[in-house]
Design a protein around this ligand. Structure first.
Ligand code: HEM
Ligand code: HEM
Length: 215
């Protein structure tokens, strides 16, 4: 398995980080909502240890992933995707980076303003701000809005990935999964760079699309 990204696929590092972060984000949204909906003070382990630790890890992993992405190749977007959708996809990805790096910081400030304490695993972190009714309300609404935006983007993003796999039948989901074969037929539709021997591309709906696009 390729560790680094190529023009055609994400490497093992990006794939591992992507799916680890995705799992952690879903868990984090659920745990955050449990804390929010529980009576105050009834979830001390979740509030002071689990949620802060997972949140800080998400922020650090996203930072690492951003650095890896900027110093690596990024697989090209399939050429038959309209420019507007390509821009929406890029915007969604950068919004994920922004929100998932900022929200742990907002959460940390929120917990301090509440008068609570954040832990990273078992290490107690010093509070950056003291207890404050104004700031606890301010950061609470910010944290809630960012959490809601992350949830909304998740639905949009996962829906788009499934559309690529089942409607557009290109390699976009497969090149992030890493374990399903990327077919030549799908690759030819996705990448019109003529590196695939089209005579060997099987007949079918995708081949028809391919021959249409090469006219
Ligand atoms: C990417 C990381 C994070 C995500 C996606 C996230 C998401 C959420 C969500 C959806 C909620 C419930 C709604 C709300 O009260 O805002 C929540 C609550 C909360 N989060 Fe986070 N969070 C993250 C990181 C953190 C971190 C690092 C901390 C603290 C160090 C933190 C502290 C809190 C606290 C104290 C609450 C409870 C607020 C209340 O019930 O009044 N969060 N989080
Ligand atoms: C909250 C969870 C998720 C987050 C934060 C997330 C974040 C991201 C980000 C930031 C990228 C862009 C990669 C880059 O440019 O560095 C990406 C790509 C991708 N994600 Fe997710 N993702 C999540 C969940 C999912 C899920 C559930 C699926 C599938 C159903 C999925 C499928 C994909 C695919 C296929 C790509 C590659 C797009 C391409 O090659 O152009 N993601 N994801």
């Amino acid at each position: 398995m390729q560790v680094e990204n190529t023009e055609r696929s994400w490497g093992a590092v990006q794939q591992l980080l992507h799916w680890t972060i995705a799992t952690m984000v879903i868990a984090q949204l659920i745990v955050g909502d449990i804390i929010w909906l529980s009576p105050e003070g009834s979830t001390p382990a979740l509030t002071s240890y689990v949620h802060p630790t997972v949140g800080i890890l998400i922020g650090l992993f996203m930072l690492g992933r951003l650095v890896w992405r900027e110093t690596n190749k990024v697989p090209a977007v399939p050429e038959d995707i309209p420019t507007g959708l390509q821009a929406l996809s890029q915007a969604t990805h950068y919004a994920f980076y922004f929100l998932l790096i900022c929200n742990p910081i907002i959460g940390y400030l929120l917990l301090g303003a509440f008068g609570g304490h954040s832990h990273f695993f078992t290490a107690l972190l010093p509070n950056a701000i003291g207890k404050s009714a104004f700031y606890s309300s301010f950061y609470f609404w910010m944290h809630l809005a960012f959490g809601g935006a992350i949830g909304g983007l998740f639905l949009l993003h996962a829906g788009a990935a499934l559309r690529h796999e089942f409607t557009l039948s290109d390699n976009v989901l497969r090149r992030m999964l890493g374990f399903l074969p990327m077919t030549a037929e799908r690759q030819a539709v996705q990448d019109d760079s003529a590196t695939v021997d089209r005579a060997r591309v099987p007949r079918g709906a995708l081949a028809a699309r391919l021959s249409r696009s090469s006219r």
